[in-house]
Design a protein around this ligand. Structure first.
Ligand SMILES: *Cc1c(COP(=O)(O)O)cnc(C)c1O
Length: 270
C-alpha cells in the first residue's frame, strides 16, 4: 500500500509543455512514474486515462498509435460518436499489423450521467467513473441485465464537499457502495473523486486523502470483493499529488492535448 509522503511537487501545468504529443505523453508518464515511486509503487500500478474531450480526432488517433488505449470522455454523445469513429480506426490498424497501437481500446465515461443516457452509452463504454446515486445504479443494472453484460463502475464521492460538485456525500458513500455490491451486472470496482478547482495543495491533498480512506474502509469491509480495486483521482493540475495520496487511476486531458480550444462548442446534454 502507498505511503503518504509529505514532499511537495510542482503543479505540472505550471511548467512549460513540450511541443509534440509524444513528448507531452513521455513527460506525463515520467511524472506518473516518479510520483508512484514516491508512494512506494511502480508506474505500471497506475492507469492513465487520456481524457479526449477537447482533443481533435487526429490527436486521439495519434495517442492510440503511441500505445494509449484507455480514453475518457465526460459526455455520452461525444463518447458514443468517438467510440464509433476510433473503433473502426483501431480495428483497421490492428488488422494491418500496426505494432505500436494500443492492443485494447477502452472508453471511460468520467462525467455526470443522466438516467436517460444510460442506454445509449452502454454499447460503447468499458468503465463508468461517475455513479452517484442509487437510482442511477438501478437504471444501469436494469439496462445491463437486458443485454446480459457486466460493467465495472466507480462510485463518485464528493470529498471536497463543494455544493455544486457531483458525487455522493462522504457520509452516504459506504451505504451506496453496499447497495451496489448486491447488484449482479453493475460491478462496483472503486471510488472516484475530483478536487475543488481553486483548492491549494493542502486542501487538494485532504480531498484525496479522505477519498482514499473511504476506499480503504470499503475494502476492509470487503464491499465489492476482490474487484474493488480502483481509486480514480487526479487530473492535469493535481495528478502527482493524487498518486502520492494513493490514486491508481489518473484522468489526464490538458497536459496531453492542451486546454479547451476557443472554438469548442460546449453543448449541454439534455
Ligand atoms: C476534463 C476532465 C478531466 C481531465 O481534466 P484536465 O485538467 O484537462 O486533465 C478529468 N476528469 C474529469 C471528470 C473531467 O471532466
Amino acid at each position: 500500500m502507498a505511503k503518504s509522503p509529505k514532499s511537495t511537487t510542482p503543479k505540472p501545468a505550471a511548467t512549460k509543455q513540450p511541443a509534440t504529443l509524444a513528448e507531452r505523453l513521455a513527460d506525463v508518464r515520467d511524472r506518473i512514474a516518479d510520483a508512484a515511486k514516491r508512494s512506494g509503487r511502480e508506474a505500471a500500478e497506475v492507469l492513465m486515462v487520456a481524457v479526449t474531450k477537447y482533443a481533435p480526432p487526429e490527436q486521439i488517433r495519434e495517442i492510440l498509435k503511441l500505445g494509449v488505449g484507455d480514453l475518457g470522455e465526460n459526455r455520452v454523445q461525444q463518447l458514443a460518436q468517438r467510440a464509433g469513429q476510433l473503433g473502426e480506426f483501431h480495428s483497421r490498424a490492428l488488422a494491418g499489423g500496426d505494432k505500436t497501437i494500443a492492443t485494447k481500446l477502452r472508453w471511460h465515461l468520467i462525467g455526470h450521467l443522466q438516467r436517460n443516457k444510460v442506454k445509449p452509452v452502454l454499447p460503447h463504454v468499458s468503465m463508468i467513473h461517475s455513479i452517484d446515486s442509487l437510482r442511477l445504479a438501478e437504471e444501469l443494472e436494469t439496462q445491463l441485465e437486458k443485454s446480459g453484460k457486466k460493467l465495472p463502475v466507480l462510485l463518485q464521492v464528493n470529498a471536497s464537499e463543494e455544493s455544486q460538485k457531483g458525487g455522493v456525500a462522504v457520509g452516504a458513500a459506504a451505504h451506496l457502495a453496499e447497495q451496489m455490491a448486491t447488484m449482479e451486472h453493475v460491478q462496483i470496482a472503486g471510488v472516484m473523486t475530483m478536487a475543488a478547482l481553486d483548492a491549494d495543495e493542502k486542501r487538494t491533498r485532504l480531498t484525496f486523502a479522505r477519498t482514499r480512506e473511504i476506499f480503504d474502509e470499503m475494502r476492509k469491509a470487503k464491499i465489492g470483493g476482490p474487484g474493488m480495486k480502483y481509486l480514480s483521482m487526479g487530473m492535469t493540475n493535481d495528478y502527482e499529488w493524487a498518486i502520492e495520496e494513493g490514486a491508481n487511476v489518473v484522468r489526464i486531458g490538458s497536459a496531453l492535448f492542451g486546454g479547451k480550444p476557443d472554438d469548442f462548442e460546449d453543448k449541454e446534454e439534455g
